[in-house]
Design a binder for this molecule. Structure first.
Ligand code: HEM
Length: 486
C-alpha cells in the first residue's frame, strides 16, 4: 500500500472510531488524529511543539543543516514567553520562542497594518502599470502565472525590502521554480530523480545568501519602529531575526538562508495560489461575479492624488466576500498539521500518544467531513465538493427573521483548518485574508475579465502538493482582460 492509501485508511478509521490511529512508517510512527473532538483536544493542549515540521520537512524541503536541526531539538524551553521551568536554555538561545514570537509580533500585532498598507499600495501600483490594462481585450495565457508575477514582488517588497530583487533580478521566477519542486523535495525524492527541484532550491538559497551578504552591515542598526521600513531589509522582523541568530553559534549562514526561505515560502506559497483560486471561483460564475463586484464597489475610495483605493478594513469584513474567501480555502488548501509532546506522553481523550511522536491532523480531510459540512438535518447545504459561495453565511432561518445574512464559523471551527489551530495556528492568517480579498477587489475593479475556456471550467487542484498547504492549479487558466470603464 502507498503512503497516501495508508493515510486515507488511517484517517477513515480515526474519524469513524473517534480514536487516534498509529501509522507505522520506515522512519517513525505517526499518530493520525481526525474528528472534531479529537482535533479540539490537540488544539487545547498549549504545550505541544511543532518540531515534527522541522524534522519531517524542513531538512529536505529547505536544506536545513543537520547540526542546526539538532540545535532546534536541544532547545526545550518551549515557545511561551516564560521558559519551561525544567529548561536550562539561556534566553538568547531560545530559538523557537525568539523566532515564533517575533513573527507573531509582526503579523498579529502592531506590525500588521503598516505591512498590509505597504502590500496593497505596491500591488495597486503594479496592477495599474500592467501591460494587460488596455482599451482592447488582451489574452492572458495563465491567470495563475499572472498572479504569481504580480503578488509575489508586492508582498516580498513589503516584508523584505527592494534590495533582495536588485541583487537577484530573477528572484520571482527562482522562488516559484523552487515552490513547484517542493512537494518532491519534501517527500524525499533523491537528487537524480528530480534534479530540477534540487537546482531550483540551491538557486533560491544562494540568492538569499547574496541578499544577506548585501544587508549584513545594515542589519547592525538599532531596532526600527514597527511602522518603519528599510529598502534594504524591509521590516523590523527581518533585522530582529538576524540579530537574534547572530548570537546563536549554530545559526550559520546556511541556516539563516533556510529560515528566511521558510518565512518567504510561508508568506507567499499559500496565500498567492489561494488568491488565484478565489478569483477563478468568482470569475467562473457570472451571477457570483456580479454580486462580488457589487459588494466590492461599496468600499471603493477614489482619492484625487493616489487614484483608486479601498476601505480595506470594511472590504475584508463584508459577509459575502468573507464567505467566498473561507469557501476558497476549504476547497483548495490541504495542510498536514504536525505536533509533538516533548516532556511526557500526551493524553488525547484517554488515548496515550508517546512523547515526541509526530501527531498529524489533515486539514483537507476535516474540510471535507460530510457529518460536519452536509449533515442530514441541514438539507439545504450544498454537496461538499461544490464551491458554494454562501456556505458561511447564516442560513435561511436567520434570514427569515429579517436579519441580513452574516458570516459565521459557528459549529465549523475544528473542521475549517487551512491555518492549522491552537496556539501555533498560522500567524499570517490576517495578512493572507487581506491579500486575498484586496487582490480580488483590485483585479475585478481594474479589469473586465472573461474566461477563454468553455464556460465554468476552471483548472483542477493538482494533488501532487496535497499536505503542503494551498494546492496549485493542474492546468493553466487562460483569460481575456480589458481595462474597466470607471
Ligand atoms: C492562505 C494562506 C496561508 C495558509 C493556508 C497558511 C497555512 C499555515 C499553516 C497550516 C501553518 C501551520 C499552523 C499549525 O501548525 O497549526 C502555518 C504556519 C505559519 N504561517 Fe501560514 N498560511 C498562510 C499565509 C501565511 C502568511 C501570509 C504568512 C506571513 C506573512 C504566514 C506565516 C506563517 C508562519 C511564520 C508560520 C509558522 C508559525 C510558527 O512557527 O508558529 N502564513 N501557516
Amino acid at each position: 500500500m502507498s503512503w497516501n492509501q495508508l493515510l486515507t485508511v488511517a484517517l477513515f478509521i480515526s474519524q469513524f472510531q473517534n480514536i487516534p490511529v498509529q501509522l507505522k512508517t520506515l522512519v517513525t510512527d505517526i499518530y493520525v488524529v481526525a474528528g472534531q473532538e479529537n482535533i479540539k483536544a490537540v488544539w487545547k493542549e498549549p504545550n505541544l511543539h511543532v518540531r515534527p515540521y522541522k524534522e519531517l520537512a524542513v531538512i529536505t524541503m529547505a536544506k536545513m543543516p543537520k547540526e542546526t536541526l539538532e540545535f532546534w531539538k536541544w532547545d526545550d524551553s518551549g515557545h511561551h514567553a516564560q521558559p519551561h521551568p525544567d529548561s536550562n536554555v539561556p534566553p538568547h538561545l531560545r530559538v523557537d520562542y525568539l523566532t515564533h514570537s517575533s513573527v507573531a509580533r509582526l503579523l498579529t500585532g502592531p506590525g500588521l497594518k503598516p505591512l498590509t498598507d505597504r502590500f496593497t499600495k505596491n500591488l495597486m501600483l503594479r496592477l495599474s502599470k500592467s501591460e494587460y490594462l488596455n482599451q482592447e481585450w488582451s489574452e492572458l495565457p495563465d491567470l495563475f502565472a499572472f498572479m504569481q508575477q504580480q503578488l509575489f514582488p508586492a508582498a516580498v517588497e513589503a516584508m523584505c525590502g527592494e534590495l533582495i530583487f536588485s541583487v537577484n533580478p530573477k528572484f520571482v521566477g527562482d522562488f516559484w521554480a523552487f515552490n513547484k519542486g517542493l512537494p518532491y523535495l519534501a517527500k524525499g525524492y533523491p537528487r537524480w530523480m528530480v534534479p530540477s527541484a534540487y537546482r531550483a532550491r540551491d538557486t533560491v538559497l544562494n540568492g538569499l545568501k547574496k541578499w544577506h551578504l548585501a544587508i549584513a552591515s545594515k542589519l547592525k542598526c538599532p531596532p526600527i519602529a514597527m511602522d518603519e521600513w528599510s529598502p534594504d531589509f524591509g521590516v523590523e522582523l527581518v533585522r530582529f531575526r538576524h540579530d537574534a541568530w547572530s548570537k546563536m553559534p549554530l545559526m550559520n549562514e546556511d541556516a539563516a538562508a533556510t529560515e528566511d526561505l521558510g518565512m518567504i515560502w510561508a508568506a507567499n506559497g499559500n496565500s498567492i495560489p489561494s488568491s488565484f483560486w478565489m478569483i477563478a471561483e468568482v470569475v467562473r460564475d457570472a451571477d457570483l461575479l456580479r454580486q462580488v463586484r457589487a459588494a466590492v464597489a461599496k468600499y471603493v475610495r477614489v482619492s484625487e492624488h493616489e487614484g483608486l483605493d479601498f476601505d480595506y478594513e470594511r472590504l475584508c469584513n463584508d459577509p459575502l466576500l468573507q464567505s467566498v474567501y473561507a469557501e476558497t480555502l476549504r476547497l483548495h488548501v490541504a495542510s498536514f498539521i504536525f505536533r509533538g509532546s516533548d516532556r511526557k506522553d500526551f493524553d488525547l481523550n484517554g488515548w496515550r500518544i508517546p512523547r515526541d511522536a509526530p501527531i498529524l491532523v489533515s486539514g483537507h480531510d476535516a474540510q471535507m467531513d460530510p457529518d460536519v459540512w452536509t449533515p442530514k438535518d441541514k438539507p439545504h447545504r450544498r454537496p461538499i465538493h461544490q464551491f458554494w459561495p454562501e456556505r458561511f453565511l447564516l442560513g435561511p432561518t436567520a434570514q427569515a427573521k429579517g436579519t441580513a445574512p452574516d458570516f459565521s464559523f459557528k459549529g465549523l471551527g475544528n473542521s475549517w483548518l487551512p491555518y492549522g489551530g491552537g496556539n501555533r495556528m498560522c500567524p499570517g492568517r490576517h495578512f493572507a485574508k487581506q491579500e486575498m480579498v484586496s487582490s480580488l477587489a483590485m483585479i475585478l475593479t481594474l479589469f473586465d475579465i472573461e474566461m477563454v475556456n468553455p464556460k465554468g471550467k476552471i483548472p483542477e487542484n493538482d494533488l501532487v502538493g496535497y499536505g503542503f498547504g494551498a494546492l496549485w492549479p493542474k492546468q493553466p487558466m487562460p483569460v481575456r482582460l480589458l481595462r474597466r470603464k470607471a
